[in-house]
Design a protein around this ligand. Structure first.
Ligand code: FMN
Length: 182
């Protein structure tokens, strides 16, 4: 598959077969994730495969289908990582002020993982709606690590519909922002 084919083929998969996802495949996905651009490599990944763990995470998300995925990766971001990272940037205080880096780099890693999954014939869904405190407790994140997302992973059972994505004319401006609604 070309990169364009992979990007356009990806869609959220919320229905999975019983076929397990092997450890090698999981590690391959995580290896792809870590090649994302980063400011501090704040990303942390917890792989959850137990029935008990998956059910607890589904409950924390109030989304039943989450438990049906054979693998859930809880993606956290270490909010202290930037301060301790051996950055070559001299003006790191100014950068740190932005505060959003751990979210941005973690999201980039997640997208890498999801695109790699497409090439491997696996389906994923980004779960961003959940109770943070509950998820942190389940995977035992320390206070410095904030859960950013959970990624469900499995072999697609089929039937997922293709949802529309806004066309360029609605989301792109040139030189200055212009609302497409005006
Ligand atoms: C930040 C974020 C949070 C999301 N949270 C959820 C979620 O909690 N549950 C869910 O089923 N899908 C969730 N999604 C998936 C979106 O619903 C989905 O990507 C969007 O509808 C576009 O569909 P597509 O992925 O099939 O192209 C989330 C996606 C993102 C980027």
């Amino acid at each position: 598959m070309t990169l364009e084919e992979i990007i356009t083929a990806r869609r959220s998969v919320r229905s999975y077969t019983d076929e397990p996802v092997g450890e090698e495949a999981i590690l391959k996905l995580l290896d792809m994730a870590r090649w994302a651009p980063y400011a501090s490599e704040s990303w942390r990944f917890v792989v959850v495969r137990s029935q008990q763990g998956r059910s607890a995470l589904a409950s924390a998300a109030r989304q039943d289908f989450v438990a049906t995925a054979p693998v859930i990766i809880v993606v956290g971001a270490d909010t202290d990582a930037f301060a301790t990272h051996h950055s070559v940037w001299h003006r790191w205080d100014a950068y740190k002020f932005r505060g959003l880096f751990y979210i941005q780099e973690t999201a980039a890693a997640i997208e890498n993982l999801m695109l790699a999954a497409v090439e491997m014939g696996l389906g994923t869904c980004w779960i961003g709606s959940f109770n943070e405190g509950e998820v942190s407790k389940i995977v035992e994140f320390p206070a410095s690590i904030r859960p950013v997302a959970m990624i469900t992973i499995g072999h697609p059972a089929g039937g997922q519909r293709r949802v529309d994505h806004a066309p360029l004319e609605k989301i792109v401006s040139w030189e200055k922002y212009a609302s497409a609604d005006e």
